[in-house]
Design a protein around this ligand. Structure first.
Ligand code: AMP
Length: 583
């Protein structure tokens, strides 16, 4: 046994994970590619103890021999039945900890005896004591118990010297917590914590599950489906899969063959669902979580503008609507780049490293520093607006990533659409940086009579290559385009300020909307356009403007040829200001 080795454990309600320290960094232990160990313990047919996936798999067939969600009973003094025996929650948890400890030992190549274990911030003394006891039973010396939001903050903030206030929004499979934490000189303090112990992804699955059951009854004419346990288990699984898929794509067809026999004939399920419909179904539940956000801020006496960071933890925060709601409520884009399922275990790993006397840094991941999106007819500040920004890949998303959003025509007869690519954070697309534009011509005239429209996919890799793929849903026709160096562009505040100034003077009706070329970047097209117009006006311009125009034209050409994109854009804006008065 290596007496110095410490491991980090996230002992979750649904899943648990373990992190080891390798080369001075926390690393999640995976076996057969799987990091998550279901927090599930059972006794098999031969009386042997089984833990994790194997135990969860036997749960439907043998619930009397299987225990789930033991975390909910920690510190309660209750006992649970499992097969022929009776166990304390500490004993059941110890089986899970033992499994995690063995995994860590296999990964490290030697036995380990010390661990940092995480618990929810709201855990009482009795619950914390029970967790420590579970460790002892599993042969682990629990050197530190840390709060889950503290661990999440450590995974992002460790090594930072500044004092920072952070909001941690943690939505998992069956629990929800929101906490405000203070990081000061490397010490993390939980200022407030609130939530709902019985809210999470399972509730979201249920909204889809209910839809499928209604569909089976009303569309397929099947009665009594709710009594068919095997069918219900299939629908539950299909609902969760659909929910996860809807985080990536806006529409989905759920297919399940042979769901029932009606008059001797097999019935198959095929049900369409959109992300918008799913989001509507969970709207009230999410609104409740936002009320908890307000409560946590009030309890901590912190205003949204005082938050340095917003962190998303827990698998359910991959639902895009959640980052939208947090951004709307808190005025900043939340971070979810450290894998939300593993962030707490990684933070426990950071603390384990600190316990080992190592100098630990935050977990580093590559993210996009900008939001990428397109524009559409919509609303801006409650008013109809032709250039509403539609974010597709949000700021702080881990790279590489692929996201899809639906787009619609303005009117049925419209036969072409310019798919513009913007980089920036402003709800007004014209105030962001346009980095490309792709023309989709020859749209089917009937395609938009229904709600079908186009599907626009952005795929962004670590090198900043942004691939754009647009499909007409009704016909399957598609266009593809590429914006190279999408991360190299800038939306710096200076450029933005002058852009805003010009926008104020600019009549949106007469701007460059429409007329996009095929696969050329709009930025360079705009440069050419400004230069051409400046040249054309030179002879007729008043003498006092002529000198400035030719000077700016020369500067602009130089900036373009030297690849100084930001400077070029600034100069172009200056030129446009003069042209505005002269044309
Ligand atoms: P956790 O308890 O943190 O492991 O979170 C598990 C929950 O996250 C389960 O309800 C999963 O269905 C849910 N989940 C995982 N990935 C996604 C996803 N991409 N979109 C929506 N929910 C997800």
């Amino acid at each position: 046994m290596d007496t110095d080795a410490v491991i980090g454990i996230d002992l979750g309600t649904t899943n648990s994970e373990v992190a080891i320290i390798r080369n001075g960094r926390p690393e999640i232990v995976r076996e057969d590619g799987e990091a998550m160990v279901p927090s599930c313990v059972g006794v098999d047919e031969d009386g042997g103890i089984i833990v994790g996936r194997q135990a969860r798999n036997q749960w439907i067939a043998a619930p009397e021999r299987t225990v789930l969600s033991i975390k909910r009973l920690m510190g309660s003094g209750e006992r649970v039945k499992m097969g022929a025996g009776e166990y304390t929650p500490q004993e059941i948890s110890a089986f899970i900890l033992k499994e995690l400890r063995e995994r860590a030992s296999r990964a490290l190549g030697h036995d380990v005896g010390k661990a940092v274990v995480t618990v929810p911030a709201y855990f009482t003394d009795a619950q914390r004591k029970a967790t420590r006891e579970a460790g002892v039973i599993a042969g682990l010396d629990v050197v530190r118990i840390i709060n889950e939001p503290t661990a999440a903050a450590l995974s992002y903030e460790s090594g930072s010297e500044d004092t920072r206030k952070i909001l941690v929004y943690d939505l998992g499979g069956g629990t929800f917590d929101v906490s405000v934490v203070l990081v000061e000189e490397g010490v993390v303090e939980v200022l407030s914590s609130t939530g709902d112990n019985h809210l999470g992804g399972d509730d979201f699955d249920r909204t889809i599950d209910d839809r499928l059951n209604r569909h089976i009854e009303s569309e397929l004419g099947v009665s009594g489906a709710d009594a068919d346990q095997v069918l219900q288990a299939r629908l539950k699984r299909a609902a969760e899969r659909a929910k996860i898929e809807l985080s990536r794509q806006p529409y989905l067809q759920i297919e399940e063959d042979h769901v029932a026999l009606v008059d001797g004939e097999a019935r198959h399920l095929s049900h369409d669902i959109s992300r918008a419909e799913f989001e509507q179904g969970i709207d009230e539940l999410l609104a409740g979580t936002m009320r908890s956000v307000t409560m946590a801020l009030n309890d901590a006496d912190v205003r949204p503008s005082q938050l340095d960071r917003v962190l998303m933890v827990g698998g359910s925060t991959r639902i895009p609507r959640i980052s939208e709601l947090l951004a709307e409520r808190l005025g900043q884009e939340p971070h979810g780049e450290v894998d939300p399922d593993l962030c707490v275990a990684l933070g426990a790993g950071v603390q384990a490293g600190i316990e080992m006397g190592l100098d630990m840094q935050a977990v580093l991941v590559d993210v996009t520093p900008y939001t990428f999106g397109t524009s559409a007819v919509g609303e801006l500040y409650g008013q109809p607006y032709a250039h509403q920004f539609v974010p597709i890949i949000r700021r702080n998303t881990k790279l590489p990533t692929t996201r899809t959003e639906p787009l619609f025509k303005m009117f049925d007869e419209q036969d072409a659409v310019s798919v513009r690519v913007y980089q920036g954070e402003d709800p007004d697309a014209l105030k962001n940086v346009e980095i490309g534009s792709f023309e989709f011509e020859g749209l089917a005239s009937s395609a938009f009579a229904t709600d079908q429209g186009l599907l626009c996919t952005y795929q962004l890799d670590l090198d900043g290559l942004l691939k754009v793929h647009v499909v007409e849903r009704a016909t399957g026709r598609e266009i593809r385009g590429v914006v190279e160096d999408a991360l190299g562009h800038s939306s710096g505040s200076e450029t933005r300020a002058s852009r805003e100034k010009v926008e104020e003077l600019w009549d949106p009706e007469t701007d460059s909307a429409g007329g996009a070329g095929t696969v050329s970047t709009d930025a360079s097209r705009q440069m050419d356009d400004t230069l051409e117009r400046a040249q054309a006006i030179l002879d007729t311009a008043p003498v006092e403007d002529r000198e400035e125009i030719s000077e700016l034209t020369g500067e602009l050409r130089r900036a373009i040829s030297e690849g100084r994109t930001e400077d070029a854009e600034d100069i172009r804006q200056n030129l446009e200001e003069i042209l505005f008065y002269l044309e």
